[in-house]
Design a protein around this ligand. Structure first.
Ligand SMILES: CC(=O)N[C@H]1[C@@H](OP(=O)(O)OP(=O)(O)OC[C@H]2O[C@@H](n3ccc(=O)[nH]c3=O)[C@H](O)[C@@H]2O)O[C@H](CO)[C@H](O)[C@@H]1O
Ligand SMILES: [Mn+2]
Length: 349
């Protein structure tokens, strides 16, 4: 009897070793695991006491996931909307755990592309933009900075951390700043199809007259994301500065609309960014043929697009702030800030 119990225990340990080896050699042995994977299921089936025996036997530290458990009856933020009616999360400080997200992202070994246009005088913004991005943007992950410019020789050399590259893409300029701003849609759609699709998983498309001021990490990534405009996140629908002239392709009727999104930071997978930029560019060209330019150029077209192709994630104004708007209580972090600029000195130069 004693012998048979011992024998059964022995068999049990052997079985656990088998399951554990399958888990380790399947290549998913990291601190935080995807709870839906079958490997993880096997892992959780291992009984507690056996884990210790295993640890001793194999001298391997088992994967661990240590953090405060989510509380069903205690939402992390009660002062802001955390989810849209179409189940897209709205990203605010305090609503997510970077460690879990970073661990998940690391397993996929993806590269993020950050696109920025510095045409004509706007090259002056590049130094601060790149230096602050090295400190705060996607820290610990692989990043390609795609700099679209007509002045490649004026792109500053900035020290980059491992796994991060600057790619300078020479493009044409246009006389009017509005045209330069709008043509970004055309260039982004072209390069998404030609190049980005082979090099990165996600694109983050931003204005250059900006600086990073706090962490902007993988929490922003999703198939398609937009950002709440800092001037309108509490505004009524009727106050949104959508294009209101029916003659424009960007027209939004007064009884439609969810949010007013900012043109200066959006993104998603290369495929989704391609679809968005292509559609916006085509709409801009139709407007041009009809002799009309939307009130806020490509930002108006972006807002129209997001109305009918809902973003899968929305960034709070933490990700696009302007200090002229003060420091409201709900704003726990100012991650990406507008750099004040002298329009007369910088535009059309
Ligand atoms: C913070 C903000 O309100 N952003 C929006 C607002 O931008 P802004 O008023 O900030 O426009 P802007 O002057 O920053 O132009 C948009 C971007 O186009 C690029 N650029 C523009 C002109 C130029 O000569 N060279 C050049 O490189 C550059 O990347 C710049 O950041 O309105 C624009 C068009 O109406 C866009 O919708 C911007 O996203
Ligand atoms: Mn800008």
């Amino acid at each position: 009897m004693i012998f048979s119990v011992k024998f059964l225990c022995y068999l049990d340990v052997l079985h656990d070793i088998w399951i554990y080896c399958r888990y380790v050699f399947s290549g998913t042995s990291s601190k935080v695991s995807d709870t839906t994977s079958s490997n993880t299921q096997d892992f959780h089936n291992i009984k507690q006491p056996s884990n210790h025996i295993l640890e001793d036997l194999l001298q391997i530290e088992l994967p661990r996931m240590i953090y405060t458990k989510p509380q069903i009856l205690k939402p992390p933020r009660c002062d802001v909307l955390m989810m849209t009616p179409w189940f897209a999360p709205i990203v605010w400080e305090g609503t997510y755990n970077s460690e879990i997200l970073n661990e998940q992202f690391q397993q996929r070994n993806d590269t993020v592309g950050l696109t920025v246009f510095a045409i004509k005088k706007y090259v002056v913004f590049l130094k601060t933009f790149l230096e602050t991005a090295e400190t705060y943007f996607m820290v610990g992950h692989r990043v390609n900075y795609y700099i679209f410019t007509d002045r490649p020789e004026e792109v500053p050399k900035v020290a980059l951390k491992e796994g991060r590259n600057v790619v300078v893409l020479q493009v044409q300029n246009y006389p009017r700043w509005q045209e330069i701003s709008m043509r970004r849609m055309e260039m982004l759609s072209y390069f998404s199809q030609q190049r980005f699709i082979n090099e990165v998983s996600y694109l983050v498309c931003v204005d250059v007259d900006m600086k990073f001021n706090d962490q902007v990490g993988v929490e922003i990534l999703s198939d398609l994301f937009g950002t709440l405009h800092p001037g309108f996140y509490t505004a009524e629908r009727r106050s949104f500065t959508y294009e209101r002239r029916p003659a424009s392709q960007a027209y939004v009727p007064s009884d439609e609309g969810d949010f007013y999104y900012m043109g200066s930071i959006f993104g998603g997978t290369v495929k989704e960014v391609y679809k968005l930029t292509k559609k916006c560019h085509e709409a801009i060209m139709v407007d041009k043929a009809n002799g009309i330019e939307a009130i806020w150029q490509e930002e108006s077209h972006l807002n129209k697009y997001f109305l009918y192709h809902k973003p899968t994630k929305i960034l709070s104004p933490e990700y696009m702030w302007d200090d002229n708007l003060g420091r409201p209580e709900i704003l726990k972090k100012r991650r990406f800030l507008a750099v004040p600029k002298n329009h007369a000195a910088i535009r059309n130069k």
